[in-house]
Design a protein around this ligand. Structure first.
Ligand code: HSE
Length: 297
């Protein structure tokens, strides 16, 4: 009647896949305990590590869970306790971890009537509450692991993309809060055809590189023509962080989700650790505190 689970951090967009591509960090995430109760409905009993609303209707995990209950109509309810290790506004899928963990845990306690892919539909209701947009590029990799592609939103069509074993991610989180809602409001509604062409080429290249394990192609494809030029202005030392990771041997990188975290992909754990050191050295030149993670994907 109780499940304890690890709900992973995620990196959305991965440079060239705005709102469609995401990856899951295997070793960074929240811990959640979900308990089945005789009393119907959802109660968030405690959130450790951050100050977030406990009312289910105002909480990302609560809203996603309520959407799932409305669909499944079980004759029981659930209590949710969350230990938040992922800070809100960090750009590594804090709200997604809460939403995905809640629907995953409840589905398991009910005997898994839905697949993890089907759960994406309910988890994005939490994202909608958090940022005003029901984007799936964090919740899909959180629920399915590895890399995922949102091939289509209407209808929702999620594809799991394989990736080579030695691919590691480095992510540095400057401790400034950047709300996804705000980072979305600065984006342009329309894009020139020329830029769309470049973006399509890179997204196709990245997917192909992931399938074939072509690290060079992965590196060449990590380029964002549409969003990074606008959002990077909001991130201190962004260009320097990206350049430092590349000089250390990383394949490439960019903004993690809507920022302010910055990620780099590397072949091998050692190179990913070197990228972490190089990016940390840049941050140490500023007065902005930060944390840094290296994780397999
Ligand atoms: N695709 C979303 C965005 C991810 O970039 O706004 C937010 O984490």
């Amino acid at each position: 009647n109780q499940i304890k689970l690890f709900s992973p951090a995620t990196i959305a967009n991965v440079s060239c896949g705005f709102d469609v591509l995401g990856l899951c960090l295997e070793s960074v995430g929240d811990e959640m305990t979900i308990t089945k109760t005789a009393q119907p409905g959802i109660r968030i009993t405690e959130i450790v590590g951050t100050d977030l609303p406990l009312e289910a209707e105002k909480n990302v995990a609560g809203v996603a869970a309520l959407a799932l209950l409305a669909h499944l109509q079980p004759d029981c309810g659930f209590e949710i306790r969350i230990v938040k290790n992922i800070k809100a506004g960090s750009g590594i899928g804090s709200s997604a971890a809460s939403a995905a963990g809640a629907v995953f845990g409840i589905n398991q306690l009910l005997g898994a009537p839905l697949t993890n892919k089907e759960l994406v539909h309910f988890a994005i209701q939490g994202e909608k509450l958090a940022s005003g947009s029901a984007h799936a590029d964090n919740v899909a990799p959180a629920l399915l692991g590895g890399f995922t592609l949102v091939r289509s939103y209407e209808p929702l069509d999620i594809i799991t993309i394989p990736s080579p074993n030695e691919l590691y991610v480095t992510v540095i989180h400057p401790h400034i809060e950047l709300k996804t809602k705000d980072a979305r409001s600065v984006l342009k509604e329309n894009i020139p055809l020329k830029k769309a062409t470049i973006q399509c080429g890179n997204l196709g290249g990245l997917i192909s590189g992931l399938y074939t394990g072509d690290y060079g192609l992965i590196g060449r494809s990590l380029h964002d023509e549409l969003v990074e030029p606008i959002r990077s202005i909001l991130i201190p030392q962004f260009d320097e962080l990206k350049a430092a990771a590349k000089t250390a041997g990383a394949l490439g990188g960019g903004i993690s989700g809507s920022g302010p975290s910055v990620f780099a992909l590397s072949k091998g754990k050692e190179t990913a650790a070197k990228a972490a050191d190089a990016m940390s050295a840049i941050m140490l030149q500023t007065s902005v505190p930060f944390d840094v993670h290296v994780s397999p994907i």
